[in-house]
Design a protein around this ligand. Structure first.
Ligand code: SF4
Length: 362
């Protein structure tokens, strides 16, 4: 088995991305078979534990408070509500629950303590627990790890250059800093991005440079196809073509051979044949459940039928890494430090974000 390469250049990645499709698919499928069981797909369920009202200006996100998107917001769910959703996900074949909160960053206090309790509760159900809560400090990452967190998601979204065209309220380095804080614990890293935001092929390759040169590389990488939501600055983006999706998945597989590559947002726009080609190209994870935070996702039964048709089996929890132990709150060795992650606020102007904001005010 080849060693994972950590010094991919943009040119090398572009060479792979632009290969004749059959050659690209063959290469990606070969790498996939060397590192993974090609008939196994990891299934995650995303639960939006706190929806809407976010202070950031991510151009793709209907949860940003400044845009007018008609989503139904909710305060932080209770531990019991989340447990009920986790049990439902488990019975539907999910091995992982990913809890998403529309926060810029984690703040120590009652709400974070409640999230820690959710992590303990789900880990005790013998499911992998992932959180995506925005920026976190090292101390917060340690507290999550101690509660039994398996993975932390923090997407790089795009290339460093294109990131500035989508978000003005934080910088690329802030994302990398949070990933770095997670890496100081034994929590695995989930980080990927979105295609179809108007970025160039070079930007897609640039994002893969940023992800693949992390050492270690992320254990999982979601590849999202933008779901253009009315009211967001990216509402008029055309859906990404399946061919671009297949190329992106295949290239990710080749440059990050060990990573679980996840088909994420945008699956409702893909046919079964398209998804099958993505699995052949090296995707080996999906998000299940009828909603991905706020955007639509295929029905669980549809996915089960697709798995049957393709002969795919859901991956058992903790196949790739042992289950973390849960330390109860009363026995925690970490105190809440009440610190905030430091982040830059580039505050440059993104015309379409400003326009969407003005439109929402009207
Ligand atoms: S992507 Fe996350 S940080 Fe950005 S606006 Fe949406 S909820 Fe907030």
């Amino acid at each position: 088995m080849n060693e994972t390469k950590h010094n991919w250049t943009k040119e090398e990645i572009l060479d792979i991305y632009n290969k004749p499709l059959m050659e690209l698919l063959y290469k990606a499928a070969t790498v996939h078979r060397l590192h993974h069981d090609p008939n196994t797909v990891q299934v995650s369920t995303l639960v939006s534990i706190k929806t809407g009202g976010c202070s950031e200006d991510c151009g793709y996100c209907p949860q940003a408070a400044r845009y007018h998107t008609n989503i139904e917001g909710n305060d932080l769910m209770s531990v019991q509500q989340v447990k009920a959703q986790a049990l439902r996900a488990k019975s539907g074949g999910s091995s992982r629950v990913c809890m998403g909160a529309a926060w810029r960053n984690v703040k120590d206090g009652e709400e974070f303590d409640q999230v820690l309790e959710m992590v303990r509760t789900i880990n005790k159900l013998d499911m992998e627990v992932c959180c995506t809560l925005g920026m976190i400090t090292k101390n917060q990452a340690q507290r999550l790890a101690e509660a039994g967190l398996y993975a932390y998601n923090h997407n790089l979204d795009s290339s460093e250059e294109y990131y500035k065209e989508v978000i003005s309220t934080r910088g690329y380095q802030d994302r990398l800093d949070t990933i770095n804080n997670v890496r100081k614990t034994n929590v695995t890293v989930c980080s990927g991005g979105i295609i179809g935001m108007g970025e160039s092929t070079e930007d897609r390759a640039g994002m893969l440079v940023s992800l693949s040169t992390l050492n270690p590389q992320p254990e999982s990488t979601p590849i999202n196809a933008l779901v253009a939501v009315e009211g967001t600055p990216l509402e008029n983006q055309q859906p990404v073509s399946i061919w671009d999706m297949v190329r992106m998945v295949a290239t990710t597989r080749i440059v990050m051979p060990e990573t679980q590559v996840r088909l994420s947002a945008g699956r409702t726009q893909m046919s079964r044949e398209g998804q099958a080609m993505c699995f052949f190209a090296g995707a080996n994870s999906i998000f299940a459940g009828d909603k991905l935070l706020t955007t639509p996702n295929p029905d669980v039964n549809e996915d089960l039928k697709m798995f049957e048709l393709l002969g795919l089996n859901p991956q058992k929890p903790f196949t790739k890494k042992v289950q973390p132990k849960t330390v109860e709150a009363a026995e925690s060795q970490y105190e809440a430090l009440g610190e905030k992650p430091k982040w830059t606020r580039p505050k440059h102007t993104i015309e379409r974000n400003e326009l969407a904001k003005k439109k929402a005010v009207k």
